[in-house]
Design a protein around this ligand. Structure first.
Ligand SMILES: C[S@@+](CC[C@H](N)C(=O)[O-])C[C@H]1O[C@@H](n2cnc3c(N)ncnc32)[C@H](O)[C@@H]1O
Length: 255
């Protein structure tokens, strides 16, 4: 949700469980992703036991993307969704892989080139809060595991709604709130004990993976995010819980 004021009138927001000045959050998030970029894909497979691929596959299926479409994959990082979209839109279509972080974009571009992705993908360094595209530019926008890192989520959702074409779809794939207390307990143990340990062993960085666990707990739950998308101007917003609500896929349409 949006940044807020404290009694001392210094505007703050959360970075994981820490309260930090608003101006600091983006650079703290940037440090996390500069640090993990090179090992990001390996860690994703390891942490989720490969399940993130199924969550992303469902996102692709629900996107409605067709040949000739224009797609924005914002906070696209190492480009898993972009890779699939570039094949779906074909030579007449266009996919923009956009991310605020140069290290993530570089790893993404190298991976896509290694996979033979060519002329229909553009790489843009951009902040989701103020997207550098004209109104009504894209048939589909995806943000996968990105929104919780954004300082002003409401501004980001408004910006995405602005650049979506009428009839276009916004898909938000993000960690959410598990809907079962037993699963919640197991998931907490896993997130706060095992995850930082794995981060240290594989990426040499436990702090970034502790941030990951904390940022997930601070992210709005399913219903709150749905309301935020509606407030940003999206309609027919609906969501699907995945893996017991550990992740949710929200979809809204700009009418
Ligand atoms: C967990 S990664 C997700 C990458 C990719 N979408 C995926 O699902 O594998 C989060 C990404 O969000 C990016 N990010 C964080 N804040 C952002 C912002 N304000 N605007 C755009 N991208 C941002 C980070 O740089 C990082 O690449």
């Amino acid at each position: 949700m949006s940044p807020h004021s404290t009694p001392g009138d210094q505007r703050t927001t959360h970075f994981g469980y820490q309260e930090v000045p608003i101006e600091e959050k983006a650079s703290r998030v940037a440090d996390v992703f500069h640090s993990v970029a090179a090992r990001y894909d390996v860690m994703n497979d390891l942490m989720s036991l490969g399940i993130h691929r199924l969550w992303k596959r469902l996102t692709i299926e629900r996107s409605g993307v067709r040949p000739g479409h224009s797609v924005l994959d914002i906070a696209g990082g190492t480009g898993d969704l972009t890779l699939k979209f570039s094949r779906m839109v074909g030579p007449r279509g266009r996919v923009v892989l956009a991310d605020i972080n140069q290290s993530m974009l570089r790893v993404g571009r190298d991976k896509l080139l290694d996979n033979g992705v060519g002329g229909n993908v553009e790489y843009v360094q951009a902040n989701a809060e103020c997207l550098p595209f004209p109104d009504n530019s894209f048939d589909c926008i995806t943000i996968a595991f990105g929104l919780r890192n954004v300082t002003d989520k409401d501004a980001a959702l408004r910006s995405m709604a602005r650049v979506l074409k009428p009839g276009g779809r916004l898909l938000v794939l993000e960690f959410s709130k598990p809907n079962n207390p037993v699963l919640t307990r197991a998931y907490d143990e896993y997130s706060f004990r095992l995850l930082p340990f794995m981060g240290q062993m594989v990426a040499g960085d436990s702090d970034s993976y502790r941030y990951l666990a904390e940022s997930i707990r601070m992210h709005p739950d399913q219903e709150t995010l749905k309301s935020m998308m509606e407030a940003a101007g999206l309609e027919r917003v609906e969501y699907t819980n995945l893996t017991g609500g550990i992740v949710a896929l929200h979809r809204g349409i700009k009418l």
